[in-house]
Design a protein around this ligand. Sequence first.
Ligand code: DMJ
Length: 456
Amino acid sequence: MLGAAAMATATVTLPRPAQAASLPTDADITQEIRSEYLHSWEGYKRSAWGYDEVRPVSGGHNDFFARGHTFGLSIVEALDTLWLMEQDQEVQLAVDWIEAHFDPTVDAEVQVFETVIRLVGGLLAGYLCTGRPKLLDRCRELADRLLPAFTRSPTELPYRYVNLRTGAVSGSTSPLAEIGTNLLEFGLLTRLTNDDRYWSAAKKAVRAVVAKRSSLNLLGTSLDIESGRWTDTASAAPNPPVDSFYEYLWAGSELFGDADLRDWYRLLTNAVLRYQAERPGGRLWFRQVDFSSGKVTGHQQSELGSFYAGLLGKGGDLDIGRDYFRSWTTLLDRYQVLPELVDYASGQVRSARNDLRPEYANSAFDLWRLTGADEYRQSAYRYFQALKARQRVSGGYTVAEDVTSSPIRLGDLTPAYWFAENLKYLYLMFAAAPRFDYRTGLLSTEGKLLRGAVRP
Ligand code: DMJ
């Protein structure tokens, strides 16, 4: 949180976006991004190889899913980015580690959503990029062990956790992002294996949620997956923990040509735009409202919600997406690196952390692909330069505890998604990457390349 004096300055009218500056050449930027990515990757390899995540300041490591167990998460997350960057020796190292050590049968309780978007998605993307069949085998074994979360549910809404060894399920209150962000990975697995169980489970879960929408066509935030009742009736889109539920409606309709998903995306998005969008001070933000009455319950905006600018563009609301992106750019102007959570009505920072989040860069990438406008490359490059100036350490890149303090107060973790997302979006914007099909390429919520890998 900001101190009182700083808070007073934080409530003044938001500044205009910074003037466009001329960028270095694409070749120089590409080289810079690749070299920063490899700086981080080498830090992980040096201090935490085989562990889920590196602590780049202390040289320690972190188990992401379950204490005492590793899935080599950063390796799985990095795989398709390394491949897109044509780092074939590193790809070989990563695939060799996965083939030798990745164990989808450990006696550990894992969070289904995180396992799907990071590990199932990472293995799928790795398979699509490299064609190594064992990656698909491991992926399938893992997904089979996640299925009890769906099949043991009385409502078709998945449990949050499953023990990969025993199949025991737990976690009966689940937010929408966790219930619905399976469509791409499970749908693709079904396509690749001809086994309908994955897609069928994912789609039934989403159908069950949409059926519970209010008369305003809004959704709440979380459900009791055993009773099927809402446990939180605030419509919080595009904030977490509902964010990627909406993203996967659009992306699922795009990847599989599914008309239900397309219709649901449109229906629900129309309601979010109608009841939640507002423009205080000329900036577009999304308030939180009760899903039945539309009564306003909050004005918080999470950095994770900034992905929505790109989604709106892809879903056919380009002008609104562009406006929302500009709102986030005004925060970048002010803080240089984005804080995790702001209250746009009061101007207060509610969480001053920066967890090396990729969502702003993700939207810049999406909107640049849709429009070709240089504004998005300018903004993305500025975002990258700010992280480089503030959060680069000798062991890679690290999260920040407080972006409003001067100097910025750093933490000690490289979240594994860093290897999957931030610099991948940047790289693809500047590199004219030969291994990416810019026309059809489709990335998951975790930045995994699920369509559009051009194999050399
Ligand atoms: C990533 O794991 C994914 O982008 C997910 O959808 C939510 N956000 C985190 C990174 O911020």
